[in-house]
Design a protein around this ligand. Structure first.
Ligand code: PMP
Length: 355
């Protein structure tokens, strides 16, 4: 706190990112990173930019990357907006498309950045309750609003909403922008990108941080009607004229050129998710059905915070949210087979000691 701060800064409630501890040998299952590395082609592409390439500014409009994403998803380049991670893309969406005197609707259990951006951009947040099984229902979004946003699959629950329900939401709210945040869609969901031609109020965001294993590069994008994309470009060009650096541009494009790596790593994560789910259930945990690269789970007899604390003592970190409704739950990222084996074995030991 400082007397030099504006009241606006005093009142900001910033996002608290998942920990990035520096300890070696840690089983890090707390921030939904991909346990498998990116395609080797990414490294080669980045290496090709080093040296003299760094002298030059990157392409301010990231045309080559937009073209790559557009081709991959069967849309035109003017349907695509790119940014430094989907967090930045979401920031521009909140600033440019939501607010104007009406609240923003999102599920009460969801990505914690949404209320933070509401605070940053003066938007009234209106969380709407999920059902008892943490499911989104299309009719839960009611009343006047300036927009709707939800992840699909949702985070931290992992639960998936079918495309038919997304269409119901889009049809019920034709006058506001509906954002489907597909950060985790490649682990078992179905993208809504195919609907953007039909619904001019739909904006779909994705990231290369999860299924493409490039969290360190910070690349995300939105796909939607060119009018919505134009709004985001205006904001971007008033904020940061070179949003994606040369290394990230080259690496991101290369990631799309290795479909085989993408398919095999995402399938490996999904197979491990089944193993982790079965292992947790065998230990008495309740595990919500997940279409993401994490599971959301609670034990009926033990506090989530206690379990997380004991795991940490054994060098395994998972995410525990100290929040209403989900205070007993843990969000556990799917690791590689060895990490998941260590997780399950350690949980078995911890539960035995509790008994
Ligand atoms: N949306 C959701 C639902 C997320 O969980 C995350 C990751 N924290 C993001 C967006 C942002 O991802 P990134 O900025 O790495 O693209």
């Amino acid at each position: 706190m400082s007397r030099y701060w504006s009241p606006f800064v005093h009142n900001l409630v910033p996002y608290v990112p998942g920990e990035q501890p520096k300890m070696p040998d840690l089983v890090k299952l707390n921030t939904n990173e991909n346990p498998y590395g990116p395609s080797p082609r990414v490294n080669e592409a980045i290496a090709g930019q080093l040296g003299d390439g760094l002298r030059l500014y990157p392409d301010p409009s990231s045309d080559a990357l937009k073209g790559t994403i557009a081709r991959y998803h069967g849309v035109r380049s003017n349907h695509v907006f790119v940014g430094n991670g989907s967090d930045e893309v979401l920031a521009h969406i909140f600033q440019g498309l939501f607010g104007h005197g009406k609240p923003l609707l999102f599920p009460d259990v969801t990505y914690s950045f949404y209320p933070v951006y509401c605070g940053l951009y003066g938007i009234e947040p209106k969380p709407v309750p999920l059902d008892d099984d943490f499911r989104i229902h299309p009719d839960m979004f009611q009343g006047e609003c300036s927009g709707i946003i939800f992840p699909n699959p949702n985070a931290p629950t992992g639960r998936l909403l079918p495309l038919s329900d997304i269409e119901t939401i889009l049809k019920a709210h034709p006058d506001v922008v509906v954002v489907v945040d597909e950060a985790y869609v490649d682990f078992g969901g179905e993208t809504a990108i195919g609907l953007v031609d039909q619904y001019s109020n739909l904006l779909v965001t994705q990231t290369l941080s999860k299924s493409r294993s490039l969290a360190g590069l910070r690349v995300g994008f939105a796909v939607g009607h060119p009018d919505l994309i134009e709004a985001l470009e205006r904001i971007k060009n008033s904020f940061n004229s070179y949003p994606i650096d040369r290394l990230a541009l080259a690496g991101a494009i290369a990631a799309y050129e290795d479909e085989e790596h993408f398919q095999s790593t995402r399938k490996a994560v999904m197979a491990e998710r089944s193993r982790v789910t079965e292992g947790l259930e065998a230990l008495g945990f309740r595990v919500l059905p997940s279409s993401a690269n994490f599971v959301f789970t609670e034990h009926p007899d033990h506090e989530g915070a206690d379990i997380a604390g004991h795991l940490r003592e054994h060098g395994i970190i998972v995410r525990h949210f100290n929040k209403p409704r989900i205070g007993n739950f843990l969000r556990i990222t799917i690791g590689n087979p060895e990490q998941n084996g260590r997780l399950l074995a350690t949980l078995g030991d911890i539960l035995k000691r509790f008994d």
